[in-house]
Write a protein that binds this ligand. Structure first.
Ligand code: FAD
Length: 520
């Protein structure tokens, strides 16, 4: 259901509200829910349920909360203890539901700090950025194209504007019916998108989904384009955390959850979920069995596959086959380097890169994160982080790590003279892959069992959300689904507009569809 915005959580006047079903403020009888997974999705679901008086027990397999945004202590060669994590995450302004979660413990969002630009740099020398681009569409896109050296007049004339119209009125799930059968690369080829602009604007985007654009569904890429660029007036600038994730985000949220009576169990992997009669579900964890009125499975792809594989009574055969077929994107590498000198005055806090081997971005953490700034000040050095997404699974990891450092030297030449005081390299492959043609088979919040619901960035939400915001939004939606079952009012959610925002462009799109014989 949509309705008018009550308190707009962003600057966009066209933010849409997603209202929950009506119901009583709390359950009529005691309800207990197990939330499995302590990442953004699990914490959002646990918060939403606990706020309605549901008794929540959250199981997290790892020793710390936060999932892919977890942080843990590590002692460096110089004896300092610092927080390691997978580091740089962009908190975009259109992440309304994630921000809503964080605002519960930090109403002014002081835990976040804005970065002044989203600069992009290609090895050819082309540089782009979004700081001076207007935030409201269509001026954002027109402004970017007009300012960007990656778009030349001849390139623009060679583009196929009719094919590009699919980008101006993105609706979910319609966009998947249109474009899920095509790869992002094939779609950009059909539009005739200029090669230089593709490297900068689109590769940076699609590689942020951790996979090669040749494998990524064009629908998923079009959705991103809508969320971050053409469909939202929040713009492409973003915030980052002021302190490491545990201090900035998870400890305050965990304390609030505990204050509402939730039990947070870390190092507590769930082995099996067994639906019982009359809507109850049994959860088995390390030999202990416990019955609940509902279960939220807020897992990463491999965790969900493993749990569903070990729970033969869960869901239907068809649902289980869909879960078993879910894939993860190729491995990615996060290298963090503690250097004995600064990377040079021109190094921005974050830089998206293209054409520098496998290097996708470079962050200078001490420019924005307090703990890194304190280390850098005390040592006269800097803390630099390098991300490489979609690394081939059989790559030689030592070699990749060394190559990434060599690319840093090309990007920020001052670092050539820096001594690496210490380094940490994180290799993982737990981000979901959204392959061509995968949409239909993706699991939704509802499962065949009404008391078992799913949440996480792998889960299909028929709203324009992605990545961290998809995790938070599906967490709230999973909680709302259980609450609705018990006649309890759920939580109001927010989203960027669910269709293209310019009436004239929508009309053009309809006309082009009509000519192409396409419907809805
Ligand atoms: C390097 C990197 C950079 C990123 N940058 C961005 C960015 O800039 N912007 C953005 O929006 N997103 C970004 N993302 C994506 C973002 O991190 C994810 O979308 C988000 O964290 C997913 O949250 P989640 O709760 O769905 O899953 P997860 O965080 O993976 O949480 C799932 C949890 O389930 C637990 N679990 C698994 N099995 C079990 C079990 N059997 N029992 C109990 N617990 C279990 C896992 O340990 C894990 O903690 C980035 C990701 C990475 C890795």
């Amino acid at each position: 259901m949509t309705g008018p915005a009550h308190h707009r959580p962003g600057r966009d006047r066209r933010i849409e509200t997603v209202l929950p079903a009506a119901g009583r403020p709390r359950p009529a009888e005691v309800r207990t829910v197990a939330v499995v997974g302590g990442g953004i999705a699990g914490l959002a679901a646990a918060t939403a349920l606990a706020e309605r008086g549901v008794r929540v027990i959250l199981h997290e397999a790892r020793p710390v909360l936060g999932g892919r945004l977890a942080g843990w202590p590590t002692t460096l060669a110089d004896g300092t203890t610092v927080t390691m994590s997978r580091g740089f995450h962009a908190f975009f302004r259109q992440y309304y539901n994630l921000r809503g979660l964080l605002r519960r413990v930090d109403p002014e969002l002081r835990c976040l700090t804005p970065l002044p630009d989203y600069p992009l740099r290609h090895a050819d020398g082309i540089r782009d950025g979004f700081a001076r681009v207007p935030r409201t569409p269509p001026w954002s896109a027109l402004g970017f194209v007009a300012r960007s050296p990656a778009f030349r007049r001849g390139d623009l004339l060679r583009m196929n504007p009719v094919a590009a119209l699919d980008l101006v009125d993105v609706r979910v799930p319609r966009i998947y019916r249109r474009l899920d059968a095509v790869s992002a690369t094939a779609f950009l080829d059909a539009i005739g998108f200029p090669a230089a602009a593709r490297h900068l604007a689109f590769e940076v985007f699609s590689r942020s989904f951790f996979c090669d654009p040749g494998e990524l569904s064009a629908a998923e890429m079009a959705l991103m384009f809508h969320i971050y660029f053409l469909g939202s007036a929040e713009g492409l600038l973003f915030d980052v955390v002021r302190e490491p994730f545990p201090v900035a985000l998870w400890e305050p949220l965990a304390a609030r959850l505990a204050g509402m009576g939730a039990e947070l169990r870390v190092s507590s992997p769930v082995d099996e979920v067994v639906p019982c009669g009359r809507g109850a579900v049994e959860v088995r964890c390390r030999g202990e069995r416990r019955r609940y009125d509902g279960v939220v499975l807020a897992l990463d792809t491999a965790g969900l596959r493993r749990l569903a594989g070990g729970s033969p009574g869960l869901g239907t055969a068809e649902w289980r086959a869909r879960i078993a077929a879910l894939r993860t994107a190729p491995p990615f590498l996060v290298s963090r380097l503690w250097l004995d000198r600064p990377p040079g005055p021109d190094a921005p806090g974050f830089l998206g890169t293209s054409g520098f081997g496998r290097l996708d971005n470079v962050s200078v953490l001490d420019r924005w994160e307090g703990e890194a700034a304190r280390w850098a000040a005390a040592h006269g050095g800097s803390v630099v982080e390098l991300h490489a997404y979609a690394v081939p699974p059989d790559a030689d990891r030592d070699l990749e790590q060394r190559r990434l450092v060599a690319e840093l030297h090309r990007v920020h030449p001052h670092t050539r003279r820096a001594r690496i005081v210490d380094a940490r390299h994180e290799w993982h492959d737990d981000c979901p892959l959204f392959p061509v043609g995968g949409y239909e088979a993706r699991p939704t919040v509802r499962t065949p069992h009404p008391a078992v619901v799913l949440a996480g960035d792998l889960v299909r939400a028929d709203l324009p959300v992605a990545l961290m915001e998809r995790a938070a939004t599906t967490g709230f939606l999973a909680a709302n689904t259980l609450l609705e079952r018990w006649g309890v009012r759920g939580h109001t959610l927010w989203t960027v507009p669910r269709r293209g925002r310019t009436a004239a462009l929508r009309a053009l799109h309809r006309l082009a569809d009509h000519r192409r014989g396409l419907r809805g």
